[in-house]
Design a protein around this ligand. Structure first.
Ligand code: NDP
Length: 258
């Protein structure tokens, strides 16, 4: 339980879902964790709960990943509170699913502002310190939508393809400085985001059943299952994994059709 002892980690969108699970797993492994989240109330509640459960140092900071200055400020607060940032998880993300031709310009911009600009804003905020110290691990939460297209989900997969491109490009740019940049591509994971999507369908129960039928393991993932991989990539157990992506989908993207 001390695979991240002495490390300082920032996790965006950590008030709930996958981000909260990552923050909890990092804290349980000994990291000091900053929960950088748009909704400060959920971030504070998560930070309190995680500190109570693990005894780790936690800090909630209101952060809008679409605003570069907001992310810079969160990283500065993290440094002041706990010291230089060793690990950044760019987790904050939103679903924007629309028909390409009827989608509004605002929907397009909202999707890219959070799902791609948000990731870049995070990387840009921590990279100078990591390069200076010649150490760091950045983990970008992509999606299986980064490789495969589900009709009706535009433009989310376009942004997630971009997250993989950004991961590979920065991983190569900063490899000589010993900064690793990797992605995790989850398949369906049971979070509020997934429940919101089911609830938006004409028959939510049927949509849920259909989702659970699709994966080879006949279930969807848990946030904790993504968090375990984030711990591995953040730790000193993955020193030669860089510019790469780990898929966590129970094998679904390997399945052609039944
Ligand atoms: P949730 O919606 O449960 O949590 C996302 C969190 O990000 C929320 O707390 C949300 O805050 C926060 N957030 C949203 N916008 C911003 C912003 N501009 N700045 C800071 N924080 C923000 O999502 P998940 O946990 O399900 O998803 C986390 C990541 O995993 C996303 O990148 C998503 O695309 C990806 N993913 C999820 C999958 C799934 O099946 N759940 C599958 C594949 C990938 P608020 O509540 O205030 O909006």
């Amino acid at each position: 339980m001390n695979r991240l002892t002495g490390k300082v980690a920032v996790v965006t969108g950590a008030g709930r879902g996958i981000g909260a699970a990552i923050a909890r797993a990092f804290a349980a492994e000994g990291a000091a964790v900053v929960l950088a989240e748009l909704d400060i109330e959920t971030a504070q509640a998560s930070a309190r709960e995680i500190a109570g459960q693990t005894g780790a140092k936690t800090l909630a900071v209101r952060t809008d990943v679409t605003q570069s200055a907001s992310v810079q400020a969160a990283v500065s607060e993290a440094q002041q509170a706990f010291g230089p940032v060793d690990v950044l998880v760019n987790n904050a993300g939103i679903n924007v699913f629309a028909d390409p031709l009827t989608m509004t310009d605002d929907d397009w911009r909202r999707c890219f502002a959070v799902d791609l600009d948000g990731v870049w804003n995070g990387c840009r905020a921590v990279l100078p310190g990591m390069v200076e110290r010649r150490a760091g691990s950045i983990i970008n939460i992509a999606s299986t939508h980064a490789f495969q297209i589900i009709p009706g989900c535009f433009p989310y997969p376009v942004a997630k393809h971009g997250v993989i491109g950004l991961t590979r490009a920065l991983g190569i740019e900063y490899a000589p400085k010993n900064v690793r940049v990797n992605a995790i591509a989850p398949g369906y994971i049971e979070t509020q985001l997934t429940h919101d999507w089911w609830n938006a369908q004409p028959d939510p129960q049927a949509a849920r059943r259909a989702t659970l039928e699709l994966p080879p393991m006949k279930r969807i993932g848990k946030p904790e299952e993504v968090a375990m991989t984030a711990v591995f990539l953040a730790s000193d157990e993955a020193p030669f994994i860089n510019a790469s992506c780990i898929t966590i989908d129970g094998g679904r993207t390997a399945l052609h059709h039944e």
